[in-house]
Write a protein that binds this ligand. Structure first.
Ligand code: SAM
Length: 427
């Protein structure tokens, strides 16, 4: 990585930040002392830290946005730049099974890390979801769907235009009366060009920080009200205070502070920022069931390209076999439409829960030669589930079984074989 980046080159800034945090996410650290010191310094209580997996808190925070967020059971909470997921997991415990806690981050490695932790805790979408998203772009979240937005030491990392864009997006996705509870680094004075272009200082959350007045204007311009900026009484030099070696050493610490930067407290400070979206009399109570625009964003993008079979090929398989001793299985991944007409003998396994159920599904079907999945027209859910299953088969090194999706899906099947009781079923 080069030592310098142009502070006006948005794509380059996003890229260096992504590289730095992805590298951080890939490293496993066994010495937790430094991370605990950082987390304690920025307001996490020992109880909070003990309640989440050690891997989820990575010494990357500059506050504790949960402290002022007053999260309640059943609420929908979104964390911007969720990293290892510390604030998402804390929020998940508050919202409970009837709520949603969603983390957004643009680092594949961070998302993978947070998802791994969620899996070990038995937390899964839609209740707890980690979704890849770049915060400077439109967020993959529905309008008026979120009760509270959190963010911890992230907005400073966005290029100037991205800072306003994300606040506007936060305003769009919050419900009427919703709130935003952020912690971030704020500059105490204008930075010289040499500091602004210093990559290490930028990815360390220093160089991209803006002045208090600029930040206040940004939150106002995005449409918020009841805006509070409160300086956190934290010592930023705690980032430098790592006596550890190995992955927790200063060089590879979250914060890649350059050695010649001096006293961080003279340059910047940590602030808590709280604001609300005005109550709107026009707003309805009909928030969408899930805040995510696409439920599948909470799952990995399939790596394999499963094969397809045409309806006629599947029909031949069925015609040439009895219901007993089949070496294929047909799976309807639609949630509600099974009774509207389906492949006779197909089992139902809704796509929305298919990924989470893969291990059990595999145990049931690992010796079945052809696993054929379909949805309404097999443009989306059918192929996606087939690819996820093929990925799983590949991981298990199972070459005996193969995943397919049926082209045309239920629509083509019912249209082609209506009246054929041996092929179509409506139960
Ligand atoms: C300093 S870390 C904070 C992580 C987490 N909030 C915490 O407190 O532990 C910044 C996080 O923001 C993410 N991030 C930075 N720039 C981003 C962008 N443009 N879009 C999405 N995520 C971004 C990074 O990948 C990283 O996980």
């Amino acid at each position: 990585m080069s030592n310098r980046v142009s502070p006006d080159d948005d794509a380059a800034l996003i890229n260096v930040v992504n590289e730095a945090y992805s590298q951080k996410a890939r490293v496993e650290c066994t010495d937790r002392d430094h991370f605990d010191r950082v987390a304690n310094a920025f307001g996490y209580t020992p109880e909070q830290l003990q309640s989440v997996s050690a891997e989820a808190h990575m010494g990357l925070s500059c506050g504790n946005p949960m402290a002022a967020a007053s999260i309640k059971e059943g609420e929908t909470v979104l964390d911007l730049g969720s990293g290892g997921g510390i604030d998402v997991f804390l929020a998940a415990a508050k919202v409970g099974p009837s709520g949603q806690a969603i983390g957004l981050d643009n680092s594949d490695d961070m998302i993978a890390r947070a998802r791994r932790i969620a899996t070990t805790k038995g937390l899964k979408p839609p209740n707890v979801a980690f979704v890849k998203a770049t915060l400077t772009e439109e967020l993959p979240i529905e309008n008026n769907s979120v009760d509270c937005v959190l963010s911890n030491c992230v907005i400073n990392l966005l290029p100037p235009a991205g800072k306003l864009k994300v606040m506007q997006e936060v305003h769009r996705i919050l419900k009427s009366g919703g709130r935003v509870s952020l912690d971030d680094i704020v500059a105490k004075k204008p930075f010289p060009e040499s500091l602004r272009s210093n990559v290490a200082a930028y990815v360390s959350c220093i160089s991209g920080a803006i002045l208090l007045q600029e930040y206040q204007a940004l939150v106002e311009d995005a449409g918020f009200k009841d805006i509070i900026f409160m300086e956190n009484p934290s010592d930023l030099n705690v980032y430098l205070d790592s006596g550890s070696t190995g992955c927790c050493s200063r060089e590879s610490s979250a914060i890649f502070i350059p050695t010649d930067i001096g006293d961080l407290n003279e340059l910047a400070a940590s602030y808590h920022i709280y604001a609300t979206k005005a109550n709107s009399s026009a707003a309805t109570n009909s928030a969408p069931a899930s805040a995510l625009k696409n439920w599948w964003d909470a799952y990995p993008i399939p790596a394999s390209s499963a094969s397809s079979l045409e309806c006629a090929e599947v029909a031949d398989l069925i015609k040439n076999s009895g219901l007993e001793k089949r070496d294929f299985v047909v799976v309807d991944v639609r949630r509600n439409d099974h009774a509207g007409g389906h492949v006779r003998g197909s089992i139902q396994q809704p796509a929305q829960t298919f990924y989470d159920g893969l291990p059990m599904f595999y145990e049931q079907h690992k010796e079945t030669k052809q696993v054929i999945l379909y949805c309404g027209s097999s443009h989306g859910r059918g192929p996606r589930c087939a690819k996820w299953y093929q990925d799983y088969l590949d991981q298990q090194r199972n070459t005996e079984s193969k995943a397919f999706w049926m082209t045309g899906g239920a629509k083509e099947w019912v249209a082609s074989y209506k009246g054929r009781g041996d092929l179509v079923d409506f139960d």
